[in-house]
Each structure stands twice: as structure tokens, then as C-alpha cells.
Design a binder for this molecule. Structure first.
Ligand code: ADP
Ligand code: GN1
Ligand code: MG
Length: 355
């Protein structure tokens, strides 16, 4: 963050700019996040990616509706986690526009930590418990009051359409490089029909829609669940997507962009712990059918991410942040390896989910 922005933010937050210090936070692919410290006070500052989030005001509005709902439950002692809230400027604004860029400030949850890879099954249990608790607390929230911040975000048919458009405009060089991955992905389109059949009579819930492991904060000493964060994509949808994104990001010991594909496999003990943690708050609220549908999410999410990373590679990397030329292709290959591994483990995963 440059000094001029830092000073302007300090001024808007009624802080002495000379005491402000800023450092980068997290490893998200879309927004840019900083920790802002000032005389013992700590804030999270995020610059919103308006290429991805075209309507930042609606995004902040959604998050605030959820904050208010969770805060009421917290006060009634029915929501046991911390809540990330938007902090207003001294003029009462929750969205800050500086040089045509959009920023927002959140309360920093102290004595917390996130992890990019689950180290132990009990961490997966805690994280899944937090996401399940978050969903449970929002069961009586009107999902239709949430603006769809990214239309068709988890619409697999639309993700295939975007892939086809990218194939039509990609360079020959990238097309050749991706041929095997493209062919494999395209051959999985039968999942679109399966999804339509399975979800036909499932209830719509408030979904977090980015239940990546690093969107959960643990207590730094005990590894107990502390807070669900990154509420930008909360929208109406089916629980199977949230479950699937947890499986995708909790269960493999390799990072999402690892090229060590032989190690991109599901860890049974982590999956089992995830199921235990997620169902603890939710089991009594969902039907057997909805519970069984979750496994489809575990197949759909790695495939959908593979399609999305591949599409972005063919589009010359306009969506996800990348650190090197083939980053998106490597991510697409990694997610496809995970998808294939899940296909070959479906039987025990179903048993573990339904036991
Ligand atoms: P991104 O959109 O980049 O994924 P996140 O909101 O997930 O942004 O934040 C990135 C990282 O910053 C998180 O993984 C977490 O480690 C840390 N973080 C974010 N918000 C908070 C918060 N309110 N309190 C403490 N740490 C936070
Ligand atoms: C992005 O911002 P981040 O890193 O939490 C993406 C998710 C993907 C994820 C893959 C708005 O999430 O959908 O699953 O990368 N967010 C958006 O790591 O597209
Ligand atoms: Mg995040």
C-alpha cells in the first residue's frame, strides 16, 4: 500500500497517520488484504477487486446484513464464534473510495490464526464445525435478501460455457498446452445433469461459497474454531457446494497449486473429521437426502475449480492472481488430479458421510 493511501485511510479512521503501520495479510487470489496497526489498535484493510466484484456497495450491504443477524444470535448466546464486522469511517461510511479504488476496513480478530493446509484431522473438525455453525445460524435468515454478488458463481453449466468461449479465443500455444486437461474436463459435463437432478428438490440455504480452509480463523493457542471470515460471496445456494469446497481445501496435504500430483489425494482421517465437525451443528436441521447430496459437492468443486483455472489460463490470466506464467494451468491440473482421486474414493467417502 502506498503512503498516500495509508495516510488517507488513517485520516478517515481518525488515526494519527504517523503512527500507522501496514503489512500484507493472507494469500487470497482476488482481493488485496493488509493489517493496519496504529498505537495498539489493529484493523484489516481490503482493496476490493472490482473486476470480480462489480458492485462493491451490494457486497458490503450483504456482509452487513449477515453481521447483524449473527450479532443478534451472539448476544442471545446462540452463536459461539467471533464475527468480522465492517468498521465505519468517522463520517459513517463503510465503503471507502480513494482514486477510484474501493477499500473497506474490518475488525481484526486478535489471537487468531488461519492455515492454508490442514495439519491435523482435529483442525479439519474445528473448521468444519465453524462453517456448519455459521450455516446453522443463518438457517432463519432470508437468503433472498442477499444480492447475487457474482451471478451464476457456482453454476457448473455456465463455467463450461465460459470454458468454451475461452477455447474459441485462446492462443494456439496455450490451447496445445492444455489439450489433455481441456479434453478431460469437457468429458465430465455429465455432472451438470446429475447436479440438476440432485438439487431439484433440495432447499436453498445461505451459502458461504468460499469455504476454503484459510477463510476460518482458529484460536492461535488451542486451535479451537474462532471465526468464519471472507463473507464476500455469501449467497443463496445449496449446501453441497460449501461442503465440496471444504473437502477440496481441507483434505489434501498439498497446496491447490502443487505440481506434485502423485500426492494430490484425499486424506481419509481428515475427511472423516470434516464430516464429524460439519454435521455436529447441522445434522438435526437437514434431511438424509440433503446429507447424501453433499458428496456430489465434493466431486463438483474440484472439477469446477479446474474448469475455472483452465478458463483463466486460456484467457491469459485475467481473473485469479498468479505468480508465474503457468500458474493457472498448474492449478487446473492439480484440481483435476484431486477430482480423479475423489472419483476413485467415492465408496468409502459415502459411507463416512452417512454413518
Ligand atoms: P481474501 O479475499 O484475500 O481471501 P480474506 O478476507 O480471506 O481475504 O483475508 C485474508 C487472510 O487475512 C485470512 O486468511 C486471514 O489469515 C487474515 N484475516 C482476514 N480477516 C481477518 C480478521 N478480521 N482478523 C484476523 N485475520 C484476518
Ligand atoms: C478465490 O479470494 P479467495 O482466494 O478466497 C475465488 C474462489 C476460489 C478460490 C480458489 C470471488 O477465493 O471462488 O474457490 O479463489 N473467489 C472468487 O482458491 O472468485
Ligand atoms: Mg480468503
Amino acid at each position: 500500500m502506498n503512503t498516500a493511501i495509508q495516510n488517507k485511510l488513517s485520516e478517515l479512521l481518525a488515526l494519527n497517520p504517523e503512527l500507522t503501520q501496514v503489512s500484507s495479510l493472507g494469500s487470497g487470489h482476488i482481493n488485496t488484504t493488509w493489517l493496519l496497526t496504529n498505537a495498539g489498535q489493529q484493523f484489516v484493510v481490503q482493496k476490493l477487486n472490482t473486476h470480480v466484484f462489480e458492485n462493491p456497495a451490494q457486497l458490503v450491504n450483504n456482509a452487513q446484513l449477515i453481521e447483524q443477524h449473527l450479532s443478534a444470535k451472539q448476544q442471545a448466546n446462540t452463536y459461539p464464534l467471533d464475527i468480522v464486522k465492517h468498521i465505519s469511517t468517522h463520517q459513517g461510511e463503510h465503503l471507502i473510495i480513494i482514486n477510484n479504488a474501493y477499500y473497506r476496513v474490518l475488525n481484526f480478530i486478535s489471537q487468531s490464526a488461519s492455515e492454508d493446509i490442514v495439519k491435523e484431522p482435529k483442525h479439519a473438525e474445528q473448521a468444519a464445525f465453524a462453517f456448519g455453525t455459521f450455516t446453522r445460524a443463518l438457517l432463519d435468515f432470508d437468503a433472498s435478501s442477499l444480492y447475487p454478488v457474482i451471478a451464476d458463481f457456482h453454476n457448473l453449466a455456465m463455467r463450461f460455457e465460459q470454458l468454451n468461449t475461452a477455447i474459441a479465443t485462446a492462443t494456439n500455444e496455450r490451447l496445445q498446452q492444455c489439450k489433455t486437461v481441456i479434453d478431460y474436463c469437457i468429458a465430465q459435463q455429465h455432472l451438470v445433469k446429475e447436479l440438476a437432478e440432485v438439487t431439484a428438490d433440495l432447499p436453498t440455504r445461505v451459502c458461504h461459497y468460499d469455504t476454503k480452509i484459510n477463510n476460518m480463523l482458529y484460536c492461535s493457542n488451542t486451535y479451537k474454531a474462532k471465526a468464519v471470515i471472507d463473507l464476500d460471496t455469501c449467497m443463496a445456494g445449496f449446501l453441497l457446494y460449501d461442503f465440496g469446497d471444504m473437502v477440496r481445501t481441507f483434505c489434501c496435504a498439498e497446496a491447490e497449486d502443487s505440481t506434485n500430483l502423485g500426492k494430490v489425494v484425499i486424506r481419509k482421517e481428515v475427511f472423516t473429521a470434516l464430516v464429524k465437525g460439519y454435521l455436529a451443528p447441522l445434522k438435526s436441521a437437514i434431511s438424509n437426502k440433503e446429507q447424501a447430496s453433499l458428496l456430489l459437492g465434493a466431486k463438483v468443486m474440484p472439477l469446477m475449480l479446474s474448469v475455472r483455472f483452465l478458463t483463466d489460463y486460456l484467457n491469459n490470466d485475467v481473473y485469479f492472481k498468479t505468480t508465474h506464467a503457468e500458474h493457472n494451468l498448474e492449478r487446473a491440473q492439480n484440481q483435476l488430479a484431486l477430482y480423479k482421486n475423489i472419483l476413485s474414493n467415492q465408496s468409502w467417502m459415502h459411507k463416512a458421510l452417512m454413518q
